[in-house]
Design a protein around this ligand. Structure first.
Ligand code: F6R
Length: 252
């Protein structure tokens, strides 16, 4: 069963996730970090930056990248990663890899999958979850064994992400994304989710049946998962009191 931590807010959750990353990097300075884009991990990157660790030997792999927007577009995940992760943590740009969506797509996806394997594999993967239940851009229906490939975004995801663009019509329809099978190969997963809009996806991922209809439920197949959520995202967890008791090490 996943360890579930119900934090007071996104800042406290970010501190907690940063603790785990910092502990990993202290024991393994050349660790490979799996990097989610989007709003959810922002408090984690800020909290990690505040630790002042030497991050010069780590490398990271982004989960995904939009297809169909020009290089340097402010919402391309390469640009977002440069702004939110590379700049915040004081890294060299080349330390964080992002799929290349500007050439032949399936060979870019295959190259990316291979690069992850050749790096020695992801030690710790930071994940967000979509309101559709997606992990990376593996929308409902994605094979739980899928590898890095081109996928189509669900309409709800495009609506959710329209906040970053001028209109929903500007949100790309496709992405190169790590597959669920790729994500499950990481040695450890930390799934973060905040806000009421994620409550159903979190409940489905943690407590629902294992199903490709809710790709986040694939975390149930992983032996080492920590789910860190705020109260609103935890609000539909049937066993919330149990998780709180387990986390505080008191009987339930
Ligand atoms: C981002 C990604 C997505 C997001 C998810 C949540 O690289 O792969 O799965 O983690 O859409 O997005 P936010 O954090 O913006 O709510």
């Amino acid at each position: 069963m996943a360890e579930v931590i119900i934090a007071s807010d996104a800042d406290a959750a970010g501190e907690r996730a940063a603790d785990e990353i910092a502990q990993l990097l202290r024991t393994k300075p050349d660790a490979v970090l799996g990097v989610a884009t989007g709003s959810t991990p922002l408090t984690t990157w800020r909290a990690l930056a505040a630790r002042g660790l030497d991050l010069s030997r780590m490398q990271g792999f982004a989960l995904d990248e939009y297809v169909g927007i020009e290089p340097g577009h402010p919402q391309s995940y390469r640009t977002v990663i440069d702004r939110e992760v590379v700049a915040t943590l004081g890294l060299e740009r080349g330390q964080i890899h992002v799929p290349d969506p500007h050439g032949p797509l399936q060979s870019a996806a295959d190259d990316y999958e291979r690069a992850i394997v050749e790096s020695g594999g992801v030690d710790l993967q930071i994940l967000g979850i979509g309101s559709t239940g997606h992990l990376a851009f593996n929308e409902p229906g994605s094979s739980l064994a899928s590898l890095t490939r081109v996928t189509m975004l669900a309409e709800r995801t495009r609506r959710d992400n329209a906040r970053f663009f001028d209109s929903i019509d500007d949100v790309p329809a496709h992405a190169i994304t790590q597959g669920i099978g790729t994500i499950l190969r990481a040695r450890r997963l930390i799934l973060l989710a905040f806000g009421e809009g994620k409550a159903d996806a979190v409940a489905g991922a943690v407590e629902g049946p294992l199903t490709s209809s809710l790709p986040g439920s694939a975390i149930q197949l992983h032996p080492r998962v920590t789910v860190i959520v705020d109260e609103a995202a935890a609000s539909r967890l049937a066993r919330a009191d149990y998780y709180r008791a387990a986390h505080e090490n008191r009987p339930y």
